[in-house]
Design a protein around this ligand. Structure first.
Ligand SMILES: Cc1ncc(COP(=O)(O)O)c(C=O)c1O
Length: 447
């Protein structure tokens, strides 16, 4: 294989240990993607498929955006790397200013990380550092939520709430983490938008505060909409109640907006969409349209001020002993700046908001298929539950494969199909996604 067709058919599939994959099965029957343009992907057999999940919620602006490629190429030609510790380059500051303009309230301080997991880890550390700076080092506990997904380092795994991600690593998880119950109630099946019931699930945070002492809790972290476990939408009033309980006990509220950030709900962030401002917010994925890894933590000014003011370190020593070799590297920043340009020029969040009802109607039109047991959605994201067969996850994956053969690509988690179209989709593309989902799900049901 020559360098020119490196992404086509490799000589061997044996050496690459794939993440979150059934390696053995995949290698018997691989699904390799060799080309991506706009809303379409082409696999190694030359089959064209529509991208039904924006990659992994990464590429809302479509694949192969020339503006992004050109911006990155230009940046690499001029400055390919500069160390981010006590040094910098203009782009990362410009990007921080632009991100801060879109974040809610006074979340104006921007810390760069490498991905969503490192953004969550950073938010956890900043919470601890903030409380220490305020003389409250005893606040070490964190509260997450069942069915939450926050990434895969130890901190993010611990605050997450997906059992299979935790089992193997239970012995090394962070101490002092409690989980609230998830908000997906049986009566939420086939409910469009925000459910009317379930706001009282937020009282779990109050109970945890009563059991462990609210004064010992550093932060509570939730995704405004739980994405990876199938679009679990917050009941009306739920996030607001979490905010009130956090305020009452001095607990920081972290919104993990790695999926919901950058327009997925129809607003810049879930925070604005649901009218609740957190203290810290994480983002990744669409920040660069998925083309170069980058994570971001946006913090309230007060958090930054407390940590930097409390530092009595000598000149040159960090106020916060935390950072990454690849924090805000030039290529990622260039991609993210180009993405910001596109967001503004094409009024992308508005476009997502306007397309959302059409997409949600399409999604719910699949309700009549026998093996579909629930459908949920909000903005440009949705989850379809497939009736479990023998063991959890089997039906979901088999359905995914039938849909792939029918020409729509996405991700399944357990028995849930995760659908998240690109924001550049036109109605005809939404129709195509829904039609191919119907074909794939029906073919699986007949198989
Ligand atoms: C809400 C949320 N947080 C964090 C992460 C972890 O991001 P990454 O895979 O970039 O580390 C994800 C990934 O899907 C996510 O959905």
């Amino acid at each position: 294989m020559s360098a020119s067709n490196r992404t086509n058919i490799p000589n061997s599939l044996n050496e690459h240990w794939m993440p979150f994959s059934d390696n053995k099965n995949f290698k018997k029957n691989p699904r390799l993607i060799i080309d991506a343009k706009g809303v379409y992907l082409t696999n190694h057999e030359g089959k064209k498929m529509i991208d039904g999940s924006s990659g992994l919620f990464c590429n809302p602006l479509g694949h192969g955006r020339r503006e992004i490629t050109e911006a990155v190429t230009k940046q690499l030609d001029k400055l390919d790397y500069c160390q981010p510790f006590n040094q910098g380059f203009g782009g990362s500051f410009e990007l921080a200013t632009r991100i801060a303009k879109k974040t809610p309230g006074d979340l104006n301080k921007i810390f760069y990380t490498i991905c969503g997991s490192t953004a969550v880890e950073t938010a956890i550390k900043i919470s601890i550092a903030y409380h220490r700076a305020k003389g409250q080092g005893h606040r070490f506990r964190f509260v997450g939520r069942e069915r939450g997904y926050h990434g895969m380092n130890i901190g993010a795994t611990t605050v997450g709430g997906m059992i299979n991600n935790v089992k193997t690593f239970a012995s090394v998880l962070m101490p002092g983490v409690q989980h609230m119950r998830h908000t997906h109630l049986p009566e939420h099946k086939f409910v469009k938008g925000q459910p009317e019931t379930g706001a009282d699930m937020a009282e779990d945070l109050e109970r945890i505060a009563m059991n462990f002492g609210g004064e010992n809790i550093a932060a509570c972290i939730v995704e405004p909409i739980a994405g990876s476990t199938g679009t679990l939408i917050p009941p009306k009033g739920y996030l607001k109640r979490l905010r009130e309980i956090c305020d009452k006990h001095g607990i920081l509220l972290i919104f993990d907006e790695v999926i919901t950030g950058w327009g997925r709900t129809g607003s810049a962030f879930g925070a604005q969409e649901f009218g609740v401002t957190p203290d810290l917010m994480t983002m990744a994925k669409a920040t660069t349209n998925g083309v170069i890894p980058m994570g971001v933590v946006a913090c309230k000014d007060e958090i930054y001020d407390a940590i930097t003011d409390a530092s009595s370190a000598p000149e040159g020593a960090p106020e916060l002993f935390h950072g990454y070799t690849y924090s805000g590297i030039p290529a990622a920043v260039a991609a993210a700046l180009a993405v910001q340009d596109i967001f503004d020029k094409e009024d992308i969040f508005k476009r997502a908001k306007e397309m959302s009802p059409y997409f949600q109607d399409g999604l719910h039109s699949l309700k009549d298929i026998d093996i579909v047991t629930s459908i949920r959605g909000y903005g440009m994201m949705g989850g379809i539950d497939i009736k479990m067969k023998d063991k959890p996850g089997k039906a979901g994956f088999q359905t995914f494969k039938h849909c792939y053969d029918a020409g729509v690509n996405f991700k399944s988690t357990g028995d849930t199909l995760i659908i998240a179209p690109q924001f550049i989709c036109e109605k005809k593309h939404i129709d195509e996604i829904i039609e191919k989902l119907r074909t794939g799900i029906t073919n699986y049901a007949k198989s």
